[in-house]
Design a protein around this ligand. Structure first.
Ligand code: ATP
Length: 231
């Protein structure tokens, strides 16, 4: 089943065209890496799919619904993690999750929060304010938040940027384990990360998809179309 369909999508910011006619189809359960140099349009693409911005032209359908129309049913089916953890610093880990859980109407919320905090190894720190957390801990909490409502689709926009090697490895391991069975979109500058988490990759260059291949072929394709300096 196709869960994401983009047809001839153009996205302009004023006079600047960030996406120049992108078509893409993603099946349920597929794990897709979105690669490309700075400014290629990766964040714009995932913002369109997660309904944070609307296309200038073309269609963006997620689970057969227009992504940019505010739609509570669709919001509940998507989890989003970006390099900005999007957490409330003054609230504790527990309070942050309770806030989001109520927003998404999560059933058995107390139990679910306890379970997910244990999974990301933050249960012992559940009553500490987020401002006391390291960057890695914040990213683990933002994964917990994105998975709290058990979304079908997980969208990850450079989730490991700013983390050290160990933090990256750990985060990818969590995403592998808890992303199981979901559709995943991952934007990253780290091709080895893409290979480890994803089965398919697209390469964006200057607002267009220039390659669509198996993740295992992504490095060789990237070198061919973008070159080393592009990453
Ligand atoms: N709100 C905006 N207003 C104007 N231009 C924008 C806006 N957002 C993005 N752009 C421009 O659109 C282009 C694509 O940006 P985008 O953030 O999608 O690229 P990216 O591939 O995610 O880049 P990076 O790897 O640096 O995160 C860039 O040239 C950027 O400057």
């Amino acid at each position: 089943m196709r869960v994401i369909v983009l047809r001839d999508v153009i996205k302009k910011y004023g006079y600047f065209t960030a996406l120049k006619g992108v078509s893409l189809e993603v099946d349920a359960g597929e794990k897709l890496a979105i690669l490309g140099p700075n400014g290629a349009g990766k964040t714009t693409l995932v913002k369109l799919i997660s309904g944070q911005t609307r296309p200038t032209k073309g269609d963006v359908l997620v689970l057969n619904m227009k992504a940019w129309k505010f739609n509570a049913e669709l919001r509940r089916k998507i989890g989003f993690v970006s390099h900005n953890p999007m957490l409330y610093d003054e609230l504790t880990a527990y309070e942050n999750l309770r806030f989001y859980g109520r927003l998404y109407d999560v059933k058995d919320l107390e139990k679910r929060i306890e379970e997910i905090l244990k999974q990301v190894k933050l249960y012992e720190r559940r009553h500490a304010r987020v401002k006391t957390f390291s960057r890695g801990m914040k990213q683990r909490l933002s994964i917990a938040r994105a998975l709290l409502h058990d979304p079908e689709i997980l969208i990850l926009d450079e989730p490991t940027s700013g983390l050290d090697v160990e933090g990256r490895r750990e985060l990818i391991a969590y995403l592998k384990r808890y992303g199981e069975g979901r559709t995943i979109l991952l934007t990253t500058h780290d091709i080895s990360e893409a290979v480890s988490l994803c089965d398919r990759a697209v390469i964006l260059l200057d607002g267009k998809i220039v390659e669509d291949c198996r993740a295992s072929e992504a490095e060789e394709r990237y070198m061919r179309v973008v070159g080393l300096e592009g990453n």
